[in-house]
Design a protein. Structure first.
Length: 202
């Protein structure tokens, strides 16, 4: 997995950056590679740890809107998680995740720090039951509070993420695992399409 992460990072660093920008804008896209990890917080799952690595592609759908400090732009994103490890007492489960719904609100700021809020969810497939004795298929709803640290070339992100892992009744029992994770990412925002008034006429 370390080799995979290094390849993802190398791909991003070597990609053309002429279309990168500082702030999210309507019509633009977010490309990010990230990794995160944390621990279970509930009961018997408190001795369970998780680590994952993934890639994100997002669409910035609106211009900044809203009142006061809540003013921001709405983004829809999809995450692919090729490596999701769950370290539980009985074994270590390796999994693949897909998060087709990340609803993200990027707060508007004038500086280099862009806070954001996020809600989303997906599905996780593992080679062992998670938790042990339940199911190999789980759902992963969650939320995050984070910030982008904007640079001239690449954007860095850091966030605190709550993630619930549960089979939603596919198996009995269904204790679920509540985790709190720290996630770090590196990526870029691309420019949106220019308004018609900025386009040159033939």
């Amino acid at each position: 997995m370390k080799i995979f992460s290094a390849l993802l990072l190398a791909t991003l660093l070597s990609a053309p950056l002429v279309r990168s920008q500082k702030h999210p804008e309507k019509g633009g896209h977010e490309i990010e590679f990230w990794t995160g990890g944390g621990h279970g917080t509930n009961g018997s799952a408190s001795n369970t740890s998780v680590w994952n690595v993934g890639a994100r592609y997002g669409w910035v759908l609106t211009r900044p809107r809203g009142p006061g400090f809540l003013r921001g732009s709405f983004e829809y994103a999809v995450d692919v998680v090729p490596a999701f490890l769950v370290f539980q007492p009985a074994n270590t489960a390796y999994g693949f995740g897909l998060n087709p719904m990340a609803l993200k609100w990027n707060l508007e700021t004038r500086g280099r720090v862009v806070p954001y809020l996020e809600l989303g969810g997906g599905v996780l497939f593992t080679n062992h039951q998670v938790p042990t004795g339940t199911s190999r298929v789980n759902f992963t709803p969650g939320g995050a509070l984070g910030m982008h640290i904007l640079r001239n070339r690449l954007n860095w992100s850091i966030e605190l993420r709550y993630l619930h892992i549960s089979n939603a009744g596919l198996a009995t029992p269904n204790p679920g695992i509540n985790t709190v994770q720290l996630r770090l990412g590196v990526g870029q925002f691309t420019h949106g399409r220019r308004d018609d008034r900025h386009r040159s006429t033939p």
